[in-house]
Design a protein around this ligand. Sequence first.
Ligand SMILES: [Zn+2]
Ligand SMILES: [Zn+2]
Length: 296
Amino acid sequence: METLTLPAQTGLSRAKKTAVIYASVMLSIHLGILLVISTGVSPVAFLVGFIFYLVRGFGISIGYHRYFAHKSFKTGRFFQFILALMGSLSNQGGVLWWSSTHRGHHKYSDTKDDLHSPIAHNFWHAHLGWMWSKEAYGKSKNPCHDLGKFPELKALNKHYVFVILFQVAGFFGLGVLLNTLYPELGTSGLQILVWGFFISTVFMWHCTFMVNSVCHIWGYQRYKNSGDFSRNNPFVSLVTFGEGWHNNHHKYSWAARNGFKWWEFDPSYYLLKTLALFGIVSDLKVPTQEQLQTTH
Ligand SMILES: [Zn+2]
Ligand SMILES: [Zn+2]
């Protein structure tokens, strides 16, 4: 009997430990923002933070979400790795873990098996709390075998913590270098670390997390039969580069395009169209005109 129950218990405690580690790291990164009180800001530090907000935002939107989780377009193996790296820089977990939990969100939308539904759970749990719960780290119900066959993606997923450590060292080093070469910029290692890592990461986190929380509560529902409570929210779309058109997305989750009307601003789709012009990505899946015009 013991041999039957022990592995399950071990797995459970490992998931619990992982949840505690994730919660501690996320809390520490939030608290890291407070360092801004002593470092202040400079134009170059703000610029670095903004550039990495773009890298992280598009890494999540066109990389982790539209490519890895939904396969809404094709690309070569090199750019696939770049997308995985950009997504990893957002500090939202490894590429396989993120894709697998997101596929679960679509499979079990707004039911108790949906890890981050504000309807089945509550707003806080959908926004952030789910990542601090052991359920997020147990054996996946939706393993991404299609992604796991690439050793470089598996390695990046497994050693994802080094991406975080590399960023901490990299931003600090960049600040020290800038201060040495161009002291007139008025920056420092700690200041670039605060803006490029702590502030930029936490800001992007909450933009992404709003897709899970806000976009299942507030906004308009073009497709009331999408089978869930997803909403289109213009504000969330603005800060997530088009990810807030979430009701459109739940209706056609395979689509590379989330904004269906001309006024539904979807910079991630515009970027994909531009990349397609250069042959970097191809076969963008988009809804037909008829699908775009129906509301059921
Ligand atoms: Zn959703
Ligand atoms: Zn999705």
